[in-house]
Write a protein that binds this ligand. Structure first.
Ligand code: ADP
Length: 633
């Protein structure tokens, strides 16, 4: 018979299993039982709409049997089975069984850690077996096949005898060593406890013929003579699992550990979840397990990321990632929903229009929102951790759909505040506002440290007002979508009217601008279209200049929009503000009065470039900039 070779990645995984120093080799049983359960799920699902399957719910089962003499352990199921081709494809080429990725070429220890965290599937059988035989008959096929392998050297596939659809996996256990006891996997008590530990919630019965012992019936004479009891063995089929899925169990029975373990197992996450919620809802009726991961998956902010919750109908998995159950702004939530009210033979397309599903989705959304609010209120540190991982997604949520969801999300936002640079909510900001403060002030920039140095923040800070530091690209767009919070409008520290000046001050600066209108015009002209105007600033205290903008598009938004892949470029209407109290302004005035327009032009360019640099923007001609400095020095 031809021996076939494993595909390269499979070989590597297999090698890892065979040489595994992993201490929890026992998980192989859980893996094989899960596979059996998945296979039964498939056939059971079919049986609901197809009478030809000929099996009722109670007929489905997973059987475990151990043969101590032959040192074999058998796991069988009456699930969907595999054709010869499927045996070849599924067992010969396990690339990365769903989740498994090779992280590190030669680090066995790390690999072992991975094995511990994830389900690694069928190959884990090779942690305990020297030979694995799979006999399988696919549902609807009249032939059965046998797959056999003794490990790394390859496998064979041949025809076999098997009456009904399903799969039998026979493990020939390794010999015991000084460190490892494989024989224990033939012991019924050990098997029972492993199944209880790892596979209790499997929905189909896991059955085993268990041997018990009982006293033999004694004759009256023996009884009278008080003869000691004699014992006899008898065999009884036992169902070893409770079959209640975790989410249908009573919350009081469950420990934090159970939820966390379930998450790590099921959702292939290295890290324990940050938060979980177990929900039993009545109207609409559903059970749900919801998890917030501690860290964003590596592909979270990319197109590849698929949001969704597992959807079960009364314990039967009908969809792995039901995206309709989660709004985009909560796409980070993982978990599952189980409802009795959903029809089983519903197609993916029909599901989208299913009223019941929509009602459930609404309820789930509300639950997530409440959980987040609770966390924000009661577990601030944890919430800030959450915010670090997924805050961006909430801000996108505010901005997208024309701000339709802002009401729902605005109280979940956090921004760095100029006060001690800690994170604050909008509510906290507004509550702490000074009595005379009209606006919610914000400033934009690359980082809090950068914003801290912006001249534009001087006056607002001087007034003792708090400023929100917006450091993500999306921030200003989100803020603009919210428009106002609790009747307070948002105001950029770069806005023309900060609402800080009294009428007298306004008049004063207006008069000054009129007095110097010729100078300001000359400067504007010298900048040759780079700015729409040069004005006298009211917001600057110690700094000579700053750059602001008029109209809807701010400098920050210009940066963001122009960094997007689009042909259309936008431009903010730039305004160069000059501090009339600064010495440089006196210098400009004197240049103007002596009619040295050449020098004035050079000053204008330098001041403009300076303002750009302070804003964290590129200057057009760095060489000219440095030449000008040298010249004037
Ligand atoms: P995973 O279960 O993560 O996909 P496995 O390595 O455990 O990876 O199994 C590979 C594939 O082999 C499964 O996806 C399934 O298609 C098939 N398979 C494994 N065990 C069985 C079984 N008992 N019955 C039917 N198919 C099975």
């Amino acid at each position: 018979m031809e021996t076939k070779q494993f595909k390269a990645e499979s070989k590597r995984l297999l090698e890892m299993m065979i040489h595994s120093i992993y201490t929890h080799k026992e998980i192989f049983l859980r893996e094989l039982i899960s596979n059996a359960s998945d296979a039964i799920d498939k056939l059971y699902f079919k049986s609901l709409t197809d009478d030809k399957v000929g099996l009722n719910k109670d007929d489905f089962a997973i059987w475990i049997s151990a043969d101590k003499d032959a040192r074999t352990l058998k796991i069988s199921d009456n699930g969907i089975g595999m054709t010869a081709e499927e045996l070849e494809n599924n067992l010969g080429t396990i690339a990365n069984s769903g989740s498994f990725k090779f992280k590190n070429e030669n680090k066995l220890e790390e690999d072992n850690q991975i094995i511990g965290q994830f389900g690694v599937g069928f190959y884990s059988a090779f942690m305990v077996a020297k030979k694995v035989t799979v006999i399988s008959k696919a549902y609807g096929s009249d032939k059965a096949y046998q797959w056999e392998s003794e490990g790394i050297d390859g496998y064979t596939i041949s025809e076999a005898d098997k009456k009904s659809a399903g799969t039998e996996i026979i493990l020939e256990l390794l010999e015991d060593t000084d460190d490892e006891n494989y024989t224990e996997f033939l012991d019924q008590y050990r098997l029972k406890s492993l199944i209880k530990k790892y596979s209790d919630y499997i929905r189909f019965p896991i059955k085993m013929e268990c041997t018990h012992s009982r006293p033999k019936e004694q004759s009256e004479e023996d009884k009278e003579a008080k003869k000691p009891l004699e014992y006899e063995d008898y065999i009884e089929v036992e169902t070893l699992n409770s079959m209640v899925p975790l989410w249908k169990k009573n919350k009081t029975e469950l420990k934090e550990e159970d939820y966390k373990h379930f998450y790590v197992e099921k959702f292939y996450d290295y890290n324990e979840p940050l938060k979980y919620a177990h929900i039993s809802n009545e109207m609409p009726a559903y059970n749900a397990l919801l998890y917030i991961p501690a860290k964003a998956p590596f592909d979270f902010y990319s197109k590849e990321y698929e949001k969704g919750l597992q959807l079960y109908s009364n314990g039967v998995l009908i969809m792995d990632k039901c995206s309709d159950l989660l709004p985009d702004y909560f796409s980070f939530v993982k978990g599952l929903v189980d409802s009795e009210d959903l029809s089983l033979n519903i197609s993916r397309e029909m599901l989208q229009h299913d009223k019941q599903l929509k009602v459930i989705a609404k309820s789930i959304e509300k639950t997530i929102s409440n959980e987040l609010k609770k966390m924000l209120k009661n577990e601030r540190e944890k919430y800030e951790e959450f915010w670090k991982a997924f805050g961006l997604q909430l801000k996108y949520g505010i901005y997208s759909d024309y701000g339709m969801n802002k009401e729902k999300l605005q109280d979940l936002l956090l921004f760095t505040s100029s006060n001690e640079q800690k994170l604050v909510t909008l509510d906290e900001y507004v509550t702490a506002m000074r009595e005379d403060q009209k606006y919610i002030y914000y400033a934009t920039g690359e980082s809090a440290a950068r914003i801290e140095q912006l001249p534009q923040t001087e006056l607002v800070k001087d007034k003792g007002y708090e400023i929100l530091y917006l450091t993500d690209n999306i921030d200003e767009f989100a803020i603009k979508s919210i428009r106002q919070y609790k009747d307070k409008e948002f105001k950029s520290v770069s806005a023309d009217d900060l609402g800080l000046e009294n009428d007298e001050q306004k008049e004063e600066i207006k008069a000054k601008a009129e007095e110097n209108s010729e100078l300001l015009d000359a400067l504007t002209k010298a900048l040759d279209g780079k700015v729409s105007k040069v004005t006298l600033s009211q917001r600057l205290k110690s700094h000579p200049v700053c750059l602001t903008s008029e109209g809807e598009i701010s400098l920050e938004m210009e940066k963001v929009l122009n960094s997007m892949p689009s042909d259309q470029k936008v431009k903010a209407n730039r305004v160069l503000e000059i501090n009339p109290e600064h010495e440089i302004f006196t210098k400009l005035q004197s240049l103007d009065s002596t009619g040295d327009s050449d020098k004035l032009g050079k000053y204008a360019k330098l001041l403009y470039d300076q303002a750009l640099l302070i804003e964290g923007m590129n200057i057009e001609d760095p060489v000219e900039f440095s030449n000008l400095i040298c010249e004037l020095m």
